[in-house]
Ligand binder design. Sequence first.
Ligand SMILES: [Zn+2]
Ligand SMILES: [Zn+2]
Length: 220
Amino acid sequence: MPLSITSYLFGGSCFVCRGAARGLLCTQCAAELPRLERPLCPRCALESPGGAICGRCLAEAPAYDATHAALAYDFPADALVHALKFRGELALAPLLAGLLAPKLAGNVDHVVPVPLSAQRLRRRGYNQAVEIARHLGKVDSGLCQRTRDAPPQIELPYAERQRNVRGAFRCTRALVGARVAVVDDVMTTGATLDEIARTLKAAGAVHVENWVVARTLPHV
Ligand SMILES: [Zn+2]
Ligand SMILES: [Zn+2]
C-alpha cells in the first residue's frame, strides 16, 4: 500500500520528530528543512555574493559545470540522508528527490548516479544515489562504473580525498556531445564528483552538472 494512503488511513508519524504526520514529515519539520537559499555559486552551490562563480571555483575550476543542491547538510537533512544510505529507509528517496526536482532546469541526455563498487553494492544491497536518481529521470546506471573500492571519502582528511578517487571511475561508452547529470546524496569537497565529471568529459561529454540532495557547508 502506498505510504501516503497508509498514513491517511491510519495516521503516520514524522520521521524527524515522531509527531503526527500525513507523509514522512510533519508540516513543521518539512517547513524547517535547511533549504539552500540563494545566492549560491552556480558551479559548486556554496554561498557566493550575488550568485557569481566563487573564488574557489575561479582559482581551481572543477571539471563539472554546475551544481544543483536542495538542502544544507545540517540537521535534519543529515539524518534523512544517513537513514537512506545506511538504514535502508528507501521511502526517503522520493521525498529527497522531490526536494531537489524543483531546482533542476534544462535538458540532459543522461542521468548518472554516483556508482558504488560492486563489493559495496553487494554489502549494502542498494545504491542510495540510484534510489534518488530514479525519481529524477531515466537512470543510466551502467554508464559510469567504479573501478576500484577506494576507502570511503568520509574516513579521509579533505586534502587526501582528491587523490583517493583519482582514476576510480570509467565510462562504458562514448559520450560525444552529451549533456550529463550526476546524482548523489551528499556533496562535501566535491572530489568524487569532480573525478566523475573528468571521466565523463574524457569520454566526450560537453556538459556535466551535479544533482545533489545535500551540500556540506563550511562551518567556520
Ligand atoms: Zn516533525
Ligand atoms: Zn564555486
